[in-house]
Design a protein around this ligand. Structure first.
Ligand code: FPP
Length: 258
């Protein structure tokens, strides 16, 4: 297991990182990590590059984060790649982001397969360009029998819309007699959400210094630990992920108890 770990900073500090990884693995790691990958535009602006250059760099960080999450034994990694509100961005930027899953999966799918990663997606599929959807569905099909890390892309995802749709479905099921009022509880309601197959995130990470949820997993994050960093997503690296997990491991989760 140890030599499977690939370090994306292959420099002098790699043995320190290796030790850190091994140390972290001695305590329970979060089962489900969700990340709001923010700051791509600012990263590009700082370098006088077009915003899309930041998204492209951000895509590379997705790969590295996925590999480290897999090595650490994290079970689910949910990445907020595009929100239902992101359609408001300039067309060229939206078009570019919609091509990234193809590029990402076109390049890295063999590596994901090799590492037993299972690709999934949550979000409204109908509005996605067909080329984007095809790339994701192909990856889902090719990795469906893998049982390692679940890499769950939140693409055209919005939490309020998800909750409203869940409520509508509950009402439909109530009217048709599929569910009684007395049967509805938090667990049952969760089963109506796009995340029905996953446990709630244990840890939420948001990069770029913004301290908000931006319509991301509002129901599911009720008891999650939050870790915010000023680091822009394209600069996010192994040490940052490990730091977030270390902080998580030191927190006491009480779930409302004492
Ligand atoms: C937010 O940063 C980032 C996005 C809306 C896009 C995130 C997409 C990626 C990181 C690549 C996804 C890769 C795959 C494979 C789907 P921002 O543009 O809002 O940054 P800013 O706040 O600095 O402007």
């Amino acid at each position: 297991m140890f030599n499977k770990i690939r370090l994306w900073k292959n420099q002098n500090n790699s043995s320190i990182l290796r030790d850190k990884i091994e140390e972290i693995k001695k305590s329970p790691v979060p089962e489900h990590v969700a990340i709001i990958m923010d700051g791509n535009g600012r990263w590009a602006k700082k370098r006088a590059l077009p915003r899309v250059a930041g998204h492209h760099e951000g895509m590379k960080v997705v790969r590295k984060t996925t590999m480290l999450a897999s090595d650490l034994g994290i079970k689910t990694l949910t990445l907020y790649a595009f929100s239902t509100e992101n359609w408001k961005r300039p067309k060229n930027e939206v078009d570019y982001i919609m091509k990234l899953p193809e590029e990402f999966l076109g390049t890295f799918l063999p590596e994901l397969v090799e590492n037993n990663v299972q690709v999934k997606m949550m979000g409204y599929k109908n509005q996605l360009p067909i080329h984007t959807l095809r790339a994701i569905e192909k990856a889902m099909e090719k990795t469906k029998n893998n049982d390692g890390l679940v890499l769950n892309f939140a693409l055209n995802y919005g939490s309020r819309a998800e909750i409203i749709d869940a409520v509508k479905q509950v009402v439909t099921d109530y009217k048709s007699g599929k569910i009684e009022e007395s049967e509805l509880n938090e667990e049952v309601f969760s089963s109506y959400l796009m995340t029905s197959e996953f446990p709630d995130p244990d840890l939420l990470i948001r990069t770029s210094g913004e301290i908000r949820l931006s319509n991301f997993m509002l129901w599911q994050l009720a008891y999650s630990e939050f870790w915010f960093t000023d680091v822009l997503w394209p600069d996010f690296n192994e040490e940052h992920l490990l730091e977030a997990i270390e902080v998580f491991q030191k927190r006491q989760r009480r779930f409302g108890g004492i």
